[in-house]
Write a protein that binds this ligand. Structure first.
Ligand code: GS8
Length: 232
């Protein structure tokens, strides 16, 4: 199937159902790359979902789904923790060892999931000039400001090391250009520390650089969707 590829040289036992622009699916790619897990990526057309996707995530019928030895795990944050537990590596754990710090990391990942995709949709799925797009932009800037304040002066959300909250948020970074162009704002101007953090994540972590699409290809994908749905 076109768009499918093997990462890390084969991997038959581990399969990721994904769509190349998906921030959720790309979280899983980062987690697998961090662990050096070989896997096969199967690209889903979400307008015509495969029988494999429908049978492996019958509750939500959404990507990402990770299949390991034929067993399916869904929901990206759940998959991140599963990958962490199942595949060992010499690297630092994604979640901190301290229970309070771990709870904080889960809190921020949950904040991202509750807030960001919803405003993002209003920015990129609203007709040009609609009030919903303007409100989506306003709410998105507020969410990004909250994340910027939480990041503070640290290099990563958890402190010195790239970790769970970084994996949860950084796959949205290739979408920033799309939000900026459609929303008419600048992430770097509104949230300079967050923009610097996104660049740092890519620059200093091969697992991130290898797992994310180009911002321009996300924008082109979104333009195609908007055209298809008559939004432009
Ligand atoms: C969200 C997955 C999701 O929205 C997670 O895995 O964290 N909470 C889930 N997947 C989307 C594609 S990315 O925007 C999806 O599969 N949509 C298909 C549909 O809604 O039919």
């Amino acid at each position: 199937m076109e768009g499918d590829k093997a990462n890390g040289g084969g991997g038959g036992d581990v399969v990721l159902l994904n769509c190349f622009v998906s921030p959720f699916g790309n979280r899983v790619k980062i987690a697998l790359a961090r662990k050096g897990v070989a896997y096969e990526e199967k690209s889903e057309n979400l307008a015509a979902k495969s029988p494999l996707l429908l049978s492996s995530n019958p509750v939500h019928a959404k990507i990402p789904v990770l299949l390991v030895g034929g067993k399916a795990v869904s929901e990206s944050l759940v998959i991140l923790e599963f990958v962490e537990e199942v595949f060992s590596s010499a690297g630092e754990p994604l979640l901190p060892g301290d229970p309070y710090a771990r709870a904080q990391a889960r809190f921020w990942a949950s904040y991202i999931d509750t807030k960001l995709p919803e405003c993002a949709k209003r920015v990129w799925q609203s007709p040009k000039g609609a009030a919903a797009a303007e409100e989506g932009k306003r709410d998105m800037v507020a969410v990004l400001n909250t994340l910027e304040a939480e990041l503070g002066g640290k290099p990563y959300f958890g402190g010195e090391a790239f970790g769970y909250v970084d994996v949860a948020l950084v796959p949205f970074a290739p979408w920033f250009t799309t939000y900026e162009r459609l929303g008419g704002f600048s992430v770097a101007a509104e949230c300079p520390a967050l923009a610097a953090w996104a660049a740092r994540c890519v620059r200093e972590n091969e697992c991130v650089a290898a797992s994310l699409p180009e911002a321009e290809s996300v924008f082109q994908f979104v333009c195609g969707m908007r055209k298809h749905f008559g939004l432009d």
